[in-house]
Design a protein around this ligand. Structure first.
Ligand SMILES: Cc1cc2nc3c(=O)[nH]c(=O)nc-3n(C[C@H](O)[C@H](O)[C@H](O)COP(=O)(O)O)c2cc1C
Length: 346
C-alpha cells in the first residue's frame, strides 16, 4: 500500500504539505503544477512553489516531494525538466488532468487527452532529459468529454516511459462532480504494466477500501479527503475506523496552530485569513468540531482577529512549533506516525 498526497493548486502549498505529512502515513506528495510555456524557467520558479527542494526535496517530517510540470511542448518540457533535475527533486510528475479553462486554452493539462501521441512524445522527451535516478510519473483524467481514449492515453504514457501513473477517475467534463468512474481505473490497470495509483473521491477509510476493491489498486492518491481529514492517511494505514476521537481533534487543533503560524509567516495579514478559512471550511465535512471554529473566523478580515478567535476556541498559538517539532512530539505517542518517511524509496 502506498498513499500519496495529491497536488492541489491554491490549497496544498508547502505549508499545508508540511502540516499534513507531519501526521504520518504518506509515501510522497506532489506539488501544485509549474506551468511550462516557451521559456526556460529559473530555479526560483521551482523553489518558490517547492521550498522543500532546498531541504532534500522532503517536507520537514521527511516525506518526499515530487514536482509537477504542466505544458504541451515536449521540447520545452524536457528542457525545463532537465533544469529542474539539477535541484535533485524526489520526482517529476506530468499533469494531464487539469481542467481549468485558462490552462486548457493554452493546451495544457486535460486538454491534451485526445492527443495520445503527443502525451507519448512529452513523456519520452522528459524521460530522456532527466537522470534515471529521478522518477518521471504522470497524472491523467479519463478524457476530455468521454472515456473513449482513456486506454490509448495510458498506453501512450507507458510507451513514453513514465514510471507510474495516477488516474483521476473522471473526465474533464465531469469536473469535480461526485460521480466517479473507478471502474475505468480497473480497465487501465489491466491494460498496462505500469503501477497505477487510483484517485478520486476517497474521503474516509471505507472509501479507501471501496476504491481498492473497485480498481484492484492498493496505491491511492488522496486529495480533498486529505485536507478534510488531516489524519486520513494515518487512519487508512492503521486500518483505523472512521469515528474520530477527542484525542484526534486535540491533535488537529495543534496542526491548525502550526498551520496558522506558518501561513502568517508566508502571507500578508489580509491574505492569511483566507487560507485558514479555506481549510476549516473543508474540514467541516469530516469534523463537526471544525464548524464552530469556521463560524468564528469566517467574518475576520485580518490576522490578529483570527488569532484571537482561534485562542478563544482552544487553539493554543503560544507554543505552535514548526511541523517538524510537531511530528517529534507525536512520535512519542503514536508509533508508526513517520511511516511515510521510512518506507519510501524514490
Ligand atoms: C483545489 C484543487 C486544486 C488542484 N490542483 C491540481 C494540480 O495542480 N495538479 C493536478 O494534477 N491535480 C490537481 N487537482 C486534482 C487533484 O489532485 C485530484 O486529482 C482531485 O481532487 C481528485 O481527488 P479527490 O477526489 O481525492 O480530491 C486539484 C484539485 C483541487 C480540488
Amino acid at each position: 500500500m502506498r498513499l500519496v498526497l495529491a497536488p492541489m493548486e491554491g490549497l496544498a502549498d508547502d505549508v499545508l504539505r508540511a502540516v499534513l505529512t507531519s501526521a504520518g502515513g504518506y509515501d510522497w506528495c506532489v506539488t501544485e503544477f509549474v506551468r511550462v510555456t516557451t521559456t526556460l524557467l529559473p530555479h526560483s520558479s521551482f523553489t518558490r512553489l517547492s521550498p522543500e527542494l532546498k531541504h532534500g526535496s522532503r517536507t520537514a517530517s521527511g516525506t518526499p516531494v515530487r514536482i509537477q510540470l504542466l505544458g504541451s511542448d515536449p521540447s520545452m518540457l524536457a528542457q525545463n525538466a532537465a533544469h529542474l533535475a539539477l535541484l535533485q527533486p524526489a520526482g517529476i510528475d506530468l499533469n494531464f488532468g487539469c481542467p481549468t479553462p485558462l490552462v486548457n486554452r493554452n493546451r495544457g493539462g486535460a486538454a491534451l487527452l485526445d492527443e495520445p501521441e503527443l502525451l507519448q512524445r512529452i513523456a519520452s522527451a522528459v524521460r530522456a532529459a532527466v537522470p534515471l535516478s529521478i522518477p518521471v510519473t504522470a497524472k491523467m483524467r479519463l478524457g476530455i468529454e468521454d472515456t473513449d481514449r482513456a486506454l490509448d492515453c495510458a498506453l501512450a504514457l507507458e510507451a513514453g516511459g513514465v514510471q507510474e501513473l495516477v488516474v483521476h477517475a473522471r473526465t474533464k467534463a465531469d469536473g469535480y462532480r461526485p460521480l466517479v468512474r473507478w471502474e475505468w481505473i480497473a480497465r487501465i490497470r489491466e491494460a498496462v504494466e505500469l503501477p497505477i495509483i487510483a484517485n478520486g473521491e476517497v474521503w474516509n477509510v471505507a472509501d479507501y477500501r471501496a476504491i481498492c476493491a473497485a480498481t484492484g489498486c492498493a496505491d491511492v492518491m488522496l486529495g480533498r479527503g486529505a485536507v478534510a481529514d488531516p489524519l486520513l492517511a494515518r487512519r487508512i494505514r492503521n486500518g483505523q475506523e472512521d469515528e474520530s476521537t477527542d484525542a484526534d481533534w486535540e491533535e488537529i487543533r495543534e496542526m491548525i496552530a502550526v498551520f496558522w503560524t506558518r501561513v502568517q509567516a508566508k502571507l500578508t495579514p489580509t491574505q492569511s485569513p483566507g487560507r485558514l478559512k479555506q481549510w476549516l471550511g473543508m474540514m467541516q465535512r469530516s469534523y463537526p468540531q471544525a464548524e464552530p471554529l469556521f463560524r468564528a473566523v469566517r467574518e475576520a478580515r485580518r490576522a490578529p482577529e483570527v488569532s484571537e478567535e482561534l485562542e478563544s476556541h482552544g487553539v493554543r498559538l503560544d507554543n505552535a512549533d514548526a511541523p517538524h517539532d510537531c511530528r517529534q512530539k507525536r512520535n512519542r505517542t503514536a508509533p508508526g506516525a513517520t511511516h511515510s518517511a521510512d518506507v519510501t524509496a524514490v
